[in-house]
Write a protein that binds this ligand. Structure first.
Ligand SMILES: Cc1cc2nc3c(=O)[nH]c(=O)nc-3n(C[C@H](O)[C@H](O)[C@H](O)COP(=O)(O)OP(=O)(O)OC[C@H]3O[C@@H](n4cnc5c(N)ncnc54)[C@H](O)[C@@H]3O)c2cc1C
Length: 512
């Protein structure tokens, strides 16, 4: 069957797997007959930071979306292999189309694919419309205007589910050998197989993903704003309590099943509701903390958007060769493996690693502690530990992950150097040891001899090496540039701050 409409919209679903408040999809629908594509190009689908749990999450989200789109007669296909060959085939078939997608700040290889697609579109006279879905601004020249833009973006109404008026029939695309059958026609196991995921060898985090993700997301949203957020501010740091008190919405934000603007509106109505009831100061301060974190989400992603090299290059160049980024020596290799396997001999570190491996999630403070231990006590380069954590975090979002890896490793030059003490955290965050006992399959109790490093000496050594880099004459000038490019403007401006800083040492110019 020929496609009836003259205008064709090819909607490239990247990580924006939703109908509601999806500007790219709404624009595609308003333009013409809409066809959905999900790319399995190696540059997106077979990268070292993407693990089975991410693939299962994305495919579940896509499967649900494709099924919903059948009722609007919108076909969705998987584009296997080289994406440029797929769109070349579509050009041959349709002659003309407009490509739609959201504006993505992905990992470096997705950035490379985007560059190829941009070049192809230019030479083939195909318009590629990329729409923003958060307050990450491409080509931002002036970091000072960022907060104003946040208000503008979040202040707009959410977009309703599009009408798809041009999708009057559901034709099969005939001549593109790189496309799969329509996604909704697959059996679930068949879909996994087609995408190179062995359904018999799923890890525990993939297996525990629920069948109906959209329903789960709605339940989490409701329970968070109605009940769970009450003690969010005070309980978010404890690995025991955070599981309940944090929103647990990050995988839905990352996969784009949930729009940040829609979440922000939910937050506003929860705040309004609070005002209309008897005032609850605890809940009020929890909701404010949550709001800050939604800002941070975009603030962090903006850093990678501005400088995609932050995935492998230190934010402050002085730290570039402080740790070994190249092939690991035998000692480093051993340390990295013991850390990955949860066999460091530090009970809370090992428990957190095992918990994360099993569930795909852990709270902020424990993430920071895991990184601090690998970077400072084991003196491993953050790229090595970061790749492992990226594969474990179900919510892996390159724009948050890599700047956070750097921040917790002391390489930004604009944040204070913070070295977590895992023994103190153990006492503070797990006072009855129940979390640590539960998540240590290597036995209990630990003995002093199990520890793979001397905590005090290694922390001291790291502190000295990191601070030594700040004594260099050029440090402050370079840090100023980092601040202008990436720093939060919420605190006092840089000029004021730098006057307060003694001995050319910069302190906490960015948040957290
Ligand atoms: C080394 C390291 C790596 C991290 N990597 C990721 C990652 O890949 N993806 C990710 O979503 N978060 C990451 N975080 C931030 C944070 O730990 C998670 O966002 C949070 O734990 C997710 O759980 P939640 O949805 O219940 O969060 P909540 O506490 O309920 O927060 C709601 C949302 O706010 C955002 N948010 C919360 N904290 C932060 C923060 N510190 N910085 C930026 N945004 C934040 C997230 O989108 C989160 O989903 C990382 C933190 C560290 C220290």
């Amino acid at each position: 069957m020929m496609i009836a409409s003259k205008k064709i919209s090819v909607m490239w679903f990247k990580k924006d797997l939703r109908l509601y408040d999806n500007e790219a999809l709404s624009s595609a629908a308003a333009n013409g007959f809409t066809v959905g594509l999900f790319s399995l190009d190696n540059l997106r689908w077979n990268t070292p930071d993407l693990s089975t749990r991410h693939k299962v999450l994305l495919l579940k989200g896509l499967y649900e979306l494709a099924k919903r789109l059948t009722s609007y007669r919108v076909p969705v296909y998987l584009a296997r292999g080289n994406f440029i060959e797929t769109i070349t085939g579509l050009k041959r078939e349709f002659k003309e189309f407009t490509l739609y997608s959201h504006q993505e700040t992905g990992n470096f290889s997705s950035y490379l694919l985007d560059k190829k697609v941009r070049k192809w579109c230019k030479s083939n006279h195909i318009l590629w419309e990329e729409k923003r879905q958060n307050n990450v601004i491409r080509g931002l020249k002036q970091r000072d205007v960022w907060s104003r833009k946040w208000k503008e973006f979040m202040g707009k109404e959410c977009l309703e589910i599009p009408v798809f008026q041009y999708n009057v029939c559901n034709p099969q695309i005939k001549n593109n050998q790189f496309l799969s059958p329509e996604v909704h026609d697959f059996e679930w196991d068949g879909l996994l197989k087609f995408c190179g995921v062995d359904h018999l060898a799923l890890d525990s985090a993939s297996k525990s993903l629920p069948d109906n993700l959209n329903e789960t997301m709605q339940r989490l949203l409701t329970s968070f704003f109605q009940e769970r957020s009450l003690n969010y501010r005070t309980e978010m740091s404890s690995p025991l309590k955070a599981e309940y008190s944090c929103s647990r919405l990050s995988p839905f934000l990352t996969s784009g099943m949930l729009s940040i603007r829609a979440l922000y509106k939910e937050l506003l109505s929860a705040s309004e509701e609070l005002k209309s009831k008897e005032f609850n100061a605890t809940k009020f301060s929890s909701l404010r903390s949550f709001e800050k974190r939604l800002h941070w989400r975009c603030h962090f992603i903006q850093k990678l958007e501005f400088e995609p090299q932050l995935e492998f290059r230190c934010m402050h160049v002085n730290y570039e060769h402080v740790r070994n980024q190249n092939k690991l020596n035998a000692q480093e290799e051993e340390f990295l493996n013991l850390w990955k396997e949860g066999k460091t001999g530090f009970p809370l570190i090992d428990a957190c690693m095992n918990y994360l491996k099993t569930t795909g999630w852990i709270n902020f403070r424990m993430r920071a502690m895991l990184v601090s231990f690998a970077s400072n006590n084991l003196w491993l380069h953050w790229t090595h530990s970061g790749e492992h954590l990226a594969r474990l975090f179900l919510d892996y979002e390159p724009g948050i992950h890599w700047p956070q890896m750097q921040m917790q490793s002391g390489t930004t030059g604009i944040n204070t150097i913070r070295i977590y003490n895992p023994e103190k955290q153990f006492v503070d965050q797990d006072p009855d040891q129940s979390f640590t006992k539960k998540w240590n399959p290597n036995g209990w109790p630990y003995s002093e001899f199990d520890k793979i490093v001397d905590l005090k000496k290694s922390s001291q050594g790291a502190r000295e090496k990191l601070w030594a880099m700040r004594k260099n004459k050029k440090f402050v000038d370079l840090a100023k540039k980092v601040y202008l490019d990436h720093g939060s403007r919420k605190r006092k401006n840089f000029k004021q701050n730098s006057q307060l800083v003694p001995n050319s040492q910069l302190e906490l110019l960015d948040k957290q």
